[in-house]
Write a new protein. Structure first.
Length: 214
């Protein structure tokens, strides 16, 4: 390994330093996806209407009992600047740059081509997940089925319902992202494990940490 590393030019070492961690993160994300899919169905069935709380708010902000009737909400917009997209960018940018410079291409040309390929990977990743989310929407994903299930914070969730974040959770056999809020006093950080406890009148999942952060 040391011999290989020392044989690289400074630019190639930079490419490698970008490519190797990004590739490891990409593999980790893939394993997490497979791991989450594998745990679907362990609970023995879907939630029923009588098994959860749904929050409805009147004009004074007081909670009222009720049931959710809408399907899970999915953002159908094209989101390019996401964690997954940047991981894809650095993976393609780093490895392609390493290959091109190793093949004798001029450094400047290798950087430009690798950069453009990385951007293409970001856009491709965005379109892929937009397509995946559209399939989930057309498959009648019911957000109520995420109640009581373990989820992972994907986009930070502000405290006391002052804003929305996102969580990833397996719903009806599909690994999906849903909007989420929390009643916790502190913001919920990316990667924190939470559980869905209720649904707001805007069809947003309300979650609480499984274990309070220190």
């Amino acid at each position: 390994m040391n011999i290989w590393w020392e044989s690289l030019t400074n630019l190639q070492q930079i490419f490698a330093l970008l490519a190797i961690p990004a590739t490891l993160i990409l593999l980790l994300q893939t394993l997490m996806l497979i791991f989450g899919m594998g745990h679907h169905g362990d609970g023995g069935g879907d939630a029923h209407e009588g098994d959860f709380n749904v929050d409805h708010h009147d004009g004074d902000g007081h909670a009222q009992g009720g049931h959710a009737h809408q399907s899970g909400h999915h953002d159908s917009g094209l989101r390019i600047f996401t964690v997954r997209a940047f991981v894809a960018f650095f993976t393609i940018f780093g490895w392609l740059g390493l290959v091109l410079t190793d093949g004798g291409l001029h450094n400047a040309a290798a950087i430009v081509i690798s950069f453009l390929a990385g951007l293409a990977a970001m856009v491709g990743m965005a379109y892929f997940f937009k397509f995946a989310l559209s399939l989930q929407s057309s498959g009648n994903i019911d957000i109520r089925n995420s109640l009581g299930k373990t989820a992972t914070v994907y986009m930070p969730i502000p405290p006391k319902r002052t804003g929305k974040g996102k969580v990833t959770v397996v719903v009806q056999g599909r690994f999906t992202e849903v909007d989420a809020v929390t009643d916790s006093e502190a913001a919920l950080k990316t990667g924190l494990e939470v559980v869905g406890v209720s649904i707001t009148n805007q069809n947003v999942l309300c979650v609480t940490p499984i274990q309070e952060e220190p």
